[in-house]
Design a protein around this ligand. Sequence first.
Ligand SMILES: NC(=O)c1ccc[n+]([C@@H]2O[C@H](COP(=O)([O-])OP(=O)(O)OC[C@H]3O[C@@H](n4cnc5c(N)ncnc54)[C@H](O)[C@@H]3O)[C@@H](O)[C@H]2O)c1
Length: 349
Amino acid sequence: MKQLSCQPAGEPESVVTIGSGLLGAFLGDAKAREVFAVLDPFMAEHPTLRAHGDLTQHWHEHIAEPGEAQKTLAACETVLRAMVAAGLDRESLCVAIGGGAVGDAGGLCASLYMRGIELWQVPTTLLAMVDSSVGGKTAVNLPEGKNLVGSVHPASRILIDVDFLTTLPENEFRSGLAEAVKMAIGVDRELFELLDRQSDAVLDRQPDVLLAVIERAIAGKIAIVEGDLHEGGQRRLLNLGHTLGHAIEGLGRGTLAHGLCVARGLHFALELARDLGALATADFERSVGLLTRYGYERDPLPPTDELMAFVQHDKKVQGDTVQFALPTGIGTARVEPIRLDRIRQQLAR
Ligand SMILES: NC(=O)c1ccc[n+]([C@@H]2O[C@H](COP(=O)([O-])OP(=O)(O)OC[C@H]3O[C@@H](n4cnc5c(N)ncnc54)[C@H](O)[C@@H]3O)[C@@H](O)[C@H]2O)c1
């Protein structure tokens, strides 16, 4: 078992525990509290959870809508009203157990209920482990775009238990790996080399190698978030691949896995960076090689007009530019304003 700490200046600490077989003990720590659990539907009959939930009268739970369906204001209103019905007060604890969708929506509800109650996150998908559970961003979607309504409400405790990954469908596993590949391409050369060297073991889900990848990805994210919790500067690097990724995901209306859309967005960002002269051809080719090794192909894109309709609503748009994360080498990137008509032109290529 390992522990990492994330503590941006002036903010409370988030403690991240990483290992396997830890869920029972983790939930045991909450036994004396009034707990409201927002559960991913697949968790409903989980044996460890059932044993815990059946043992305490202070345990209230809500089974979330599946996937992105939970990330609406209407679904959150249902959760918030269930919190009232359960009699939660400001000292109560919200535990979100599930994929990134449950973490984002559960986290938003925790931040809104009585102006904010304590949150613990138990991510159960690889994507939520390497990315969404750390850093405090919560959000729901509007029909106009992804994550347009949200807050920053870091969890005080985060449990990463790789046992959850044994039941994760392949598509979701690859979706999560894409966020680790993003960190490797844009932030962390050592993670790039690890993913490059160990691709067979990673794809076979060997627990020791997965733990090493997850720990490295989280450590990289913590280093960025500690310097910029509210995304005023370097945290924007983590949006690498997301400008186009969110547009593709938005067009799919909740049917496409987030990380797979980000992987397609990474191809786009790499090509744009190369064409703008920000990325050397050799680094471009190595990065595309890593994407391809993990099965992320450069699939044909939806029509440019439809994509641009979503890009224009991106949170990173300012006037006629978008703050775009451009890869600049292996494990490095920078954010710069790119004109929307340049994005359109690149899409049309
Ligand atoms: N807050 C952030 O910083 C941040 C960062 C990246 C992504 N996100 C958000 O995360 C969301 C995507 O999260 P996701 O990829 O985890 O998808 P998800 O939450 O939709 O989960 C995918 C599917 O896997 C199922 N599932 C979850 N864990 C399982 C397990 N262990 N075994 C079997 N099935 C399991 C879920 O029920 C769901 O059907 C997106 O909404 C995205 O915007 C947030």
